[in-house]
Write a protein that binds this ligand. Sequence first.
Ligand code: NAG
Ligand code: MN
Length: 633
Amino acid sequence: MLHGKLRIHTCRVILLTSLVWFLVDVVILSFYSECIGGACKKSEDIKPGAEALADDLDNDYDQRQDERHDNKNIDSSKSELTKDIAGRVPATYKSTSLRRWRPAPSVLPVPGGAGEKGKAVHIPPEKEALMKEKFKLNQFNLLASDMISLNRSLTDVRLEGFFADIRYKLFGHCCRCKDKKYPKLLPTTSIVIVFHNEAWSTLLRTVWSVINRSPRPLLKEVILVDDASERGKKLENYVKTLPVPVFVLRTEKRSGLIRARLLGAKHVTGQVITFLDAHCECTEGWLEPLLARIVEDRRTVVCPIIDVISDETFEYITASDMTWGGFNWKLNFRWYRVPQREMDRRNGDRTAPLRTPTMAGGLFSIDKEYFYELGAYDEGMDIWGGENLEMSFRVWQCGGKLEIIPCSHVGHVFRDKSPYTFPGGVSKIVLHNAARVAEVWMDEWRDFYYAMNPGARNVPVGDISSRKALREKLKCKSFRWYLENVYPESQMPLDYYYLGDIRNVQTKNCLDTMGRKSGENLGMTYCHNLGGNQVFAYTKRQQIMSDDNCLDASSRTGPVKLVRCHGMGGNQAWVYDEVDKTIKHVNTGSCLTKPETTDVNLPLLKSCSYHEGQQWIMDSDFKWQANNHQDER
Ligand SMILES: *[C@@H]1O[C@H](CO)[C@@H](O)[C@H](O)[C@H]1NC(C)=O
Ligand SMILES: [Mn+2]
């Protein structure tokens, strides 16, 4: 009898304990799982399409290369952002100028409709020839786009799921975009869309997605700026039939994204300007989180997460919320993995605004007055390219904030190549624009840009005096401040002794990356003095780096590889001795050595014997930040 009772009691204890542990597990998982709501799986999905974009000079208006990789180059610098408040545009709005709003109703799927709920559209084999023909017009599957309703439904892509649900139920806050409460009063926005020879269906699906999914009181107007398309006037007639004010402006001649956006901005009557690209689809609840952030602080520039609309099938594919914007030595915009530092700052809440060092530039919202106070755009820039980095640096350095708002999603058709022509040639324009960014905002780090782009020194930057005056007037901070406080994970080393080519005394040849990727061997060839693949930085942290790769050796006898810089010393620590001119690998004590005759392009790692084949010269025509820091080594 007693025995039986005891047994039941034991069973109860065991059951209760397991239940408690189960709950503990669930809570722990919900905090540490990287895969809330299957977001991980989705981010993997977008990789193939994204990698297809890795074309160096992509010239779509806002399409940027979408290369996602880990960025472990973490600096331990402090990350507190100190704000300079010069009392210009006030931080908040008068509440009387704000509007009451209600979420827009969901767009319901049309049964049997092509591409409904963001699904892929597949073209039947008999229409494949037509599809290929039409693809050439815009560099996306126009036939598929034309089959899809302008009002097509999408799934609600906002972050949620089992773990987020549990966190919500247990703690009643955060983590579920759908449960977030936004302020009752928000500012109005005008949408500015610049286009050039855009397809009818993609342009108008963009407009309809704005109309359908924005709270009507907050949507002041849509301004379409036609940058000299070679198409007719039927758009004017069509927009008159739309349920919100939509205006069409036309530039007289091809003006480029920057000037066309400035034209559009001039006609904005809303309080916030929202720039969108011409082949987007806004998802449910996209606008409120953007405006909610601006209403807190008007000096915040906010971007949605840019999802991928397949250029082949128009399938809507969710992008990762774990990437932010960065840039490399060439000043190409790049996506990188959000570092732990920023995750910690957000207390691990993936729905919280993400401070991003740079933005892709195609899709963002900014308070109209702040836009002008901050210097709008650099009118000396042509057509396209570089303006996104220019604005990103300007926002941060001049006291603003730049954020990605994970609860706001907008899809964008990413293309492999541009269907447009560029007057004067693409590369010249992009180099011209990037040089202006480097000259005005990057201080001595502009050397990285010039070293990496050999052609850049011959491209005129034009007059930059008014932009420099703007930087002066707004009392903007230095690029060093930006690197230390906003982007310590950057590829640009904070302190470096040397930037240039590295020459062997005996062979007179130079170290060369040969354009190879992370994990491949370092190369060597005759010195061409043009920079690019022969440019290396020797940093205070003892790295020898080329863009985001560092020289790396894991054994006493090599090989010497290029490996993504991790900033933790170890296999990537080297010491250059200015007197005996050796480059010594710290971990193994071996010396970088000229190649053998069996492979004259392969530098080696050998035990140090201090002969000429192990002597290297760091000395070239570039300018260095180096020498005044020598004593700190
Ligand atoms: C989209 O839906 C609205 C109603 O919500 C309707 O008035 C409009 O005609 C539709 N547009 C198209 C192009 O189907
Ligand atoms: Mn685009």
